[in-house]
Design a binder for this molecule. Structure first.
Ligand code: NAP
Ligand code: GDD
Length: 339
């Protein structure tokens, strides 16, 4: 029998890759879509699947639309990926973030209890919940200390998922995913901001790339690998929580250097902290500059995840390494800027 899945956040990076994965497995894929803009399906189109995903109007702050989406889709698997997901914005819109990223999770869980308590549920939790890290390598057992309104909202989503599993026996799993990127990453996130800017600078459409904290470190993986982990969690008989990560960490500075090398710049750094500049030795031009406007009120300095549980219990491991990820993103933006 054909499986039906409902994905919230279907127009986002992960929503697009997960839709592709599920379609390839023969699922009927339904996506909850909040029609705010005119062109929201760009990523689904880029993967060539826009006409295969069935869209249902709805919003994460509207419980009734979630119940309707569950009824219409007849979903037996629900992947809750929708969120205000940009950490920086969460200081400017903390209340919206609390609702869309935090309390909407209990609405979706309630919708499941009302419409189909047998449906399996995946919650998109995050390494941002570790924030000011309490252990040098973070696992499912590491205590949380979120550093942003986004991280605090996600922590609510995480615990309410655990609570509904324990209270009502729902098949609800929470994936604590570390940063994952791709050519479909939003341009506000640092990796894609870097690759797009370098491609534009190379082609004379932009002069400089301004960044904030170059020293912050992230455990960056490839989104295509991470949506596979989501699906594996939902297939497992036992609903549980899993860290999904590569186990390696890199600075923003290293990301810039690798991407610049891939694009053909000879990058050298001068100055320290707020005066840091990245100069292209080919041309003598400053192409990267630190701008404190991009610093955050409270930073997550470093994240490194331990994916052993996902590896042992689900058989999951990442296939794309950091270098391949950077080159994949750089190449995609070079192609986009030229065309
Ligand atoms: P994304 O590209 O920012 O996608 C977010 C999605 O949520 C978009 O489809 C967006 O729709 C939708 N959305 C926002 N507000 C909504 C609302 N009120 N009602 C319905 N839909 C709404 O994020 P992503 O990178 O794919 O991440 C997917 C999920 O994983 C998010 O929950 C994120 O917080 C979490 N996560 C991401 C990472 C990562 O590194 N990527 C790591 C850990 C956890 P519009 O396009 O219409 O705005
Ligand atoms: N966005 C951005 N822009 N970040 C910058 C910049 C800049 O100009 N300069 C330096 N950074 C630093 C940020 O301060 C942060 O330390 C790091 O780059 C990564 O920032 P983002 O790419 O915005 O991602 P994030 O780690 O804050 O959040 C992402 O990962 C989380 C998982 O850990 C998002 O995808 C979240 O939704 C996700 O939960």
């Amino acid at each position: 029998m054909t499986k039906h899945a409902l994905i919230t956040g279907v127009t986002g990076q992960d929503g697009a890759y997960l839709s592709q994965l599920l379609l390839n497995k023969g699922y009927e894929v339904y996506g909850l879509i909040a029609r705010r803009g005119t062109d929201t399906q760009g990523r689904l189109r880029e993967l060539g699947i826009a006409d295969q995903v069935r869209l249902i109007d709805g919003d994460l702050i509207d419980l009734s639309s979630m119940i309707r989406a569950l009824e219409k889709s007849k979903a037996t698997e629900v992947y809750n990926l929708g969120a205000q997901s940009f950490v920086g914005t969460s200081w400017d819109q903390p209340l919206l973030t609390a609702e869309v990223t935090g309390t909407s999770v209990v609405k979706m869980l309630e919708a499941i209890r009302i419409a189909n308590p047998e449906a399996r549920f995946y919650q998109a939790s995050t390494s941002e919940m570790f924030g000011q890290i309490q252990e040098s390598i973070q696992s499912e057992r590491t205590p949380f200390h979120p550093r942003s309104p986004y991280g605090v909202a996600k922590l609510y989503g995480h615990w309410i998922t655990v609570n509904y599993r324990e209270s009502f026996g729902l098949h609800a799993s929470s994936g604590i995913l570390f940063n994952h990127e791709s050519p479909l990453r939003g341009t506000e996130f640092v990796t894609r901001k870097i690759t797009l800017a370098l491609a534009r600078i190379l082609h004379g459409q932009q002069t400089i790339l301004e960044l904030g904290n170059l020293d912050s470190k992230r455990d960056w993986g490839f989104a295509g690998d991470y949506v596979r982990a989501m699906w594996m969690m939902v297939q497992n008989d036992q609903p549980e929580d899993y860290v999904v990560a590569t186990g390696q960490t890199w600075t923003v500075r290293t990301f810039v250097e690798m991407a610049a090398t891939h694009a053909g710049f000879k990058l050298e750094w001068e100055g320290e902290n707020e005066n840091t500049q990245g100069i292209d030795r080919n041309t003598g031009k400053v192409i990267v500059k630190v701008n404190p406007a991009f610093y955050r009120p409270a930073e997550v300095d470093i994240l490194i995840g331990d994916p052993s549980k996902a590896n042992q219990k689900l058989g999951w491991k990442p296939e794309v390494d950091f270098e391949r990820l950077v080159s994949m993103m750089m190449e995609a933006d070079l192609r986009r800027v030229i065309s």
